[in-house]
Design a protein around this ligand. Structure first.
Ligand code: ZN
Length: 330
């Protein structure tokens, strides 16, 4: 699925730095008022909660379409969306496999939550879709051990990380609302296909979404995929940049403003992912994906894609940036 590479990385723990004055040292006359440290707010992105959501998905086991874990985790994710969004609903579909499992039919469902802006939905405002895939891959075809390549991928980074950030952003947005309506879209069947030139069995949920928009009308999108690695570094993804260079640059600018320059790096690469069907449908969408060899060669699409590869700090960097942009409006 694409080409890419590189990076070194470092995560900044953010600490508020503040001068401490003597209690009797009250400002007088034209003295500047002391700057109070900003107290953490419940509306901030909670990285520990996000990480727990990543682990909770993995606790169901691999979320492979057709499995019990897929059914149960889907029910749980829908309940999470219902709790933290204004509206939540599934978008079910079936997929008849042609290459991965020829002739077999699989029940799949996208899971959708909607968060209205402050003051309620306004006509003619831009809707934004924030998406991540919740399925995990049926086979570990890159596993170093050939005898394990038919085992499913647990998908801590490849799947659960993006979903965890989406769910935590949903919770936070309800407490301090977005500038425009936000659609949280958890796609199914992103990673179902076998490696083949046409990618015909990938991005199944994203394809279904754009064919069935009904009353939804997203104008722009942000896709989160593989955003949990402990040494996270994101590059400017090629198709994303082609579709919406100004949004890519706004994301990188916001990351720099928030002190995450080392996470939002200077590499570039091209990756085929869930953003492609949206872009083709006229919804410019930016894919934030960590596509370095440290990830793709070490544990991507193997039985080693487990929560110990991920960290709360990495989820925080992505969550802080995307949450801030959704509140400002993109
Ligand atoms: Zn994958």
């Amino acid at each position: 699925m694409g080409l890419a590479w590189l990076g070194i990385m470092l995560l900044l723990g953010c600490g508020a730095c503040n001068g401490q004055g003597d209690a009797t040292d009250a400002p007088t006359g034209t003295d500047p008022a002391p700057v109070e440290p900003e107290a953490p707010s419940a509306a901030d992105f909670d990285a520990d909660r996000a990480f727990n959501l990543l682990v909770a998905q993995c606790d169901f086991g691999p979320r492979v379409p057709g499995s019990l874990a897929h059914q149960e985790c889907g029910d749980w994710l829908l309940a999470e969306l219902a709790e933290h969004c204004d509206t939540a609903f599934p978008q079910p579909f079936t997929h008849r496999s042609t290459r991965a499992f020829p002739g077999q039919t699989f029940p799949m469902r996208n899971l959708i939550g909607i968060i209205e802006p402050a003051g309620g939905a306004k006509p003619d405002t831009r809707e934004v879709v924030l998406l991540a895939h919740w399925d995990s891959r049926p086979f570990s075809d890159h596993d170093p051990d050939p005898t394990r390549r038919q085992e499913p991928v647990l998908g801590a980074n490849d799947g659960a990380s993006g979903v965890a950030v989406c769910l935590e952003i949903a919770r936070a947005l309800r407490l301090e609302r977005p500038a425009t309506r936000v659609i949280i879209l958890l796609t199914d069947g992103e990673d179902f296909g076998i490696s083949e030139p046409t990618l015909s069995e990938y991005f199944l949920g994203a394809r279904h979404f754009v064919r069935n928009l009904s009353e939804l009308d997203p104008k722009r999108g942000i896709l989160l995929d593989m955003v949990g690695d402990k040494t996270l570094e994101l590059g400017r993804e090629h198709y994303s940049y082609g579709a919406d260079p100004s949004l890519v640059e706004r994301i990188w600018k916001k990351a720099a403003d928030l002190g995450y320059e080392d996470v939002f790096g200077n590499t570039t690469y091209a990756v085929s992912d869930d953003h492609l069907p949206l872009i083709e449908a006229g919804i410019p969408t930016v894919d934030l994906i960590d596509w370095r060899p440290q990830v793709t060669r070490n544990y991507w699409h193997t039985t080693f894609d487990t929560p110990d590869k991920c960290s709360p700090d990495s989820l925080r960097a992505v969550g802080d940036v995307v949450l801030a942009l959704l509140r400002e409006g993109i």
